[in-house]
Design a binder for this molecule. Structure first.
Ligand code: URA
Length: 157
């Protein structure tokens, strides 16, 4: 599902024009991974988790037994924030209302995997702790079951 930010003037990231990556994967899948935001490589390729840490995530997903027909990758924010800064609340809310909400409503996954703190705090604002405490646990949310994992860039560091 590729939103067309050239027609989206919703938030600050759009106005900096650093590029974007829409969601990628099978719309009939059971598991949706939600990262933070589009990065440099993702903006060049127009797909999420396309850079070094993204490739690490994809490798781990495949090692866990999933293949490209049974998961979907996307980001909380589809545009690339300047200098890869953390997205602002305005960017997160705008992008959710325009894109992420529609992706989740269409796919209706059995499990959503927030990848890192930004996605966790967005999808579960009442999270009783940070990502390093809550990773691997299952939570009920407004969007269904969530099982957060740490971001691959955290693992790489
Ligand atoms: N980090 C993310 O959160 N998402 C990407 O697509 C790439 C890096």
């Amino acid at each position: 599902m590729n939103p067309k930010p050239q027609t989206c003037t919703g938030c600050t990231s759009y106005h900096t024009n650093q590029g974007y990556a829409g969601g990628e994967g099978d719309l009939t899948c059971d598991i949706v991974f939600v990262g933070e935001a589009c990065g440099e490589t993702e903006a060049i390729e127009g797909r999420p988790f396309a850079g070094g840490t993204g490739r690490m995530l994809r490798m781990m997903i495949h090692q866990a037994g999933l293949n490209s027909t049974n998961y979907y990758l996307t980001n909380t924010v589809k545009c690339r924030p300047p200098a890869n800064r953390t997205p602002t609340q305005e960017e997160i809310t705008t992008c959710h209302d325009r894109y992420l909400a529609a992706e989740l409503a269409l796919i209706k996954p059995k499990v959503i995997v927030p990848v890192g703190e930004t996605a966790l705090k967005h999808l579960l604002p009442t999270a009783p702790g940070g990502i390093t405490q809550l990773r691997g646990h299952v939570f009920d949310s407004a969007y269904g079951k969530l099982m957060p994992i740490v971001h691959p860039s955290f693992v790489a560091r």
